[in-house]
Write a protein that binds this ligand. Structure first.
Ligand SMILES: [Zn+2]
Length: 242
């Protein structure tokens, strides 16, 4: 029985806090690492804990800058490593569009959509289109009977709850404090996340894509009054495993 480990790299929505990063998570199993999004500041923080040469696959949930701002410099990192004849493979971006991410032989783009059934390393991967101002995919990675679901950005919906069912780790976006009009913006607030958690009953809930203002503990407390199981407020280098 193998475990899945999630490491938060960037937890901020929109723009990073000083010294931090926006959306980026390492999901690994059986010695294989996949990145979920690569936001602003992500490449800098990843290299504090491992060589970026060890990561070959990056899923880009959507083309908002706080989810893919570092994709271009990640590509240059791979170009330099390959030109220096380090033992590295081309980078594979799994994304809905090619944009400027394809540069053979250093990188390729594997196009994805909500009907895709991917195999990335040891993971089976599925996607769901979320309610967001631009096309955006929630991601479900499965390995050895365990599931990690990443909501990326999007308003609460029954479809998202169904897609997230039996998640052992649920990484849920929480862009706003309670009492805001998150749904209109295509996001979730703390009350929405609590509703999602109650519907899904995840093994572990990581609340992320957090506001860069105010006191984030208010979000944690709001969720904890409505959902009594384990809740983790994301921060760089938070590690959890199932
Ligand atoms: Zn977005």
């Amino acid at each position: 029985m193998g475990n899945i480990r999630v490491t938060v790299i960037g937890e901020s929505g929109g723009t990073p806090l000083a010294g931090g990063a926006t959306s980026c998570y390492i999901v690994e199993a059986d010695g294989y690492s996949v990145l979920l999004d690569i936001g602003s500041g992500a490449l800098y923080l990843i290299q504090k804990i491992r060589s970026f040469d060890l990561i070959d696959d990056i899923i880009i949930s959507h083309f908002h800058s706080d989810h893919y701002a570092d994709a271009g410099v990640a590509l240059y990192s791979r170009l330099i490593s390959m030109q220096l004849n380090r033992q590295v493979n081309p980078l594979v971006f799994h994304a809905m569009e090619r944009r400027e991410l394809e540069m053979a032989p250093y990188s390729s783009v594997s196009l994805i959509n909500e009907a895709s059934e991917d195999k990335i390393g040891p993971f089976s991967v599925r996607y769901m289109k979320t309610k967001h101002p631009v096309p955006c995919l929630a991601v479900r990675l499965s390995y050895d009977g365990k599931n990690v679901v990443y909501t990326s950005d999007g308003a609460f919906s029954d479809q998202l709850a169904a897609f997230s069912s039996s998640a052992d780790i649920l990484i849920a976006e929480c862009s706003f404090y309670p009492g805001t009009k998150a749904e209109e913006a295509g996001h979730m607030d703390a009350v929405d996340v609590a509703e999602l958690a109650a519907a899904v009953a995840p093994g572990k809930l990581i609340v992320s894509h957090l506001p860069v203002y105010g006191d984030r503990n208010e979000i944690l407390q709001c969720i904890k009054t409505r959902w009594k199981e384990e809740v983790l407020l994301a921060h760089p280098f938070l590690v959890t495993e199932v």
